[in-house]
Design a protein around this ligand. Sequence first.
Ligand code: ZN
Ligand code: ZN
Length: 375
Amino acid sequence: MQEWRRHIHQFPETGFEVEDTAKFVVEKLQSFGFETHSNFGKTGVVGILKKGDSDQAIGLRADLDALHVKELNQFDHCSKHEGKMHACGHDGHTTMLLGAAKELSETNFDGTVYLIFQPNEEHGLGALAMIHDGLFEKFKMKAVYGMHNMPGMPAGQIAMNAGAVMAGEDNFTITIKGRGGHASQPHHHIDPVPISAEIALAMQTIVSRNIDPSERAVVSITEIETDGTVNVIPSNITLKGDCRNFNEAVSLEIETAMQRLSHNICAAHGAECELIYDRVFPPTVNSKQESGFAEQAANATVGPDQVNPNCEALTISEDFANMLKVKAGCYVFIGNGEDSEGGCMLHNPHYDFNDAILTTGCQYWVNLVTQQLSV
Ligand SMILES: [Zn+2]
Ligand SMILES: [Zn+2]
């Protein structure tokens, strides 16, 4: 598995352009006796293995894509694709699922296992592409499971919770349309600068004054851009930003409050306002029963002492959320290690997947299958 993982690490591909990685996966799956479906969701792969005569079936999912990050590691298996890097550990996720494929081909179980290798996780597009291609209609599975490595969490520990485990992400752009002109004659213009400042401050009340305190949410303005210059009052100001939530109703409340504040503050000053609010990722919400199944498989893999079944939800987001919106399932975290042994954070140019956890993740998948599709 280490050899496969380091091979994938050396040749990272991004977005939907994961053809070579998908080909590598297909070759391996076929050599283990899996039926394979390629170009599913553009460049995704589904591998199928059926044993016995039960019609029980589950899906296990890994992600194939890397990031546009220039790798700063120095080791031999460094990225050979300039400007691209497996900085999120999807090389490890793909390898652990391939390891499970080999193990499952030699293991007795009763039912069908679908191995789902999705492209374009990082931009939140691959899961939907596979769903639109009929992932859950063509391949009837009862539940779908996913896993992500987590730097800073001790190697081999497994964590999950029976509910929202990662946040939904929304992005917004507010355009304030005033009327600019000479900086010495503000009385002739509609200056969008104080208006943007008022909106930026008012938006601090969205979470603190509009959202139920038992919920959690984040509203961040991350960019402010004007078309003015040092002696010219601008005509237009654009505010951009990012919101996180753990519940789609909260996402709707944030958008409503943002519309109200920005339009009314602009109107109060005679300016016009345009708000574009995009939902990029829904929150990742595990179903209760399947979280219990995941915990059971984790217990069998690393022992209950190393399993945290009530982990804190994280404010990062994950494309697997789109699968959990339409199918019951559970997303778990596997510790990638601490400090110099796997502790470097995801999306960092110094990150590397910790090969020491490959067998743990692989064994978790195998245990999940043999427990759910027991003979
Ligand atoms: Zn990532
Ligand atoms: Zn990732």
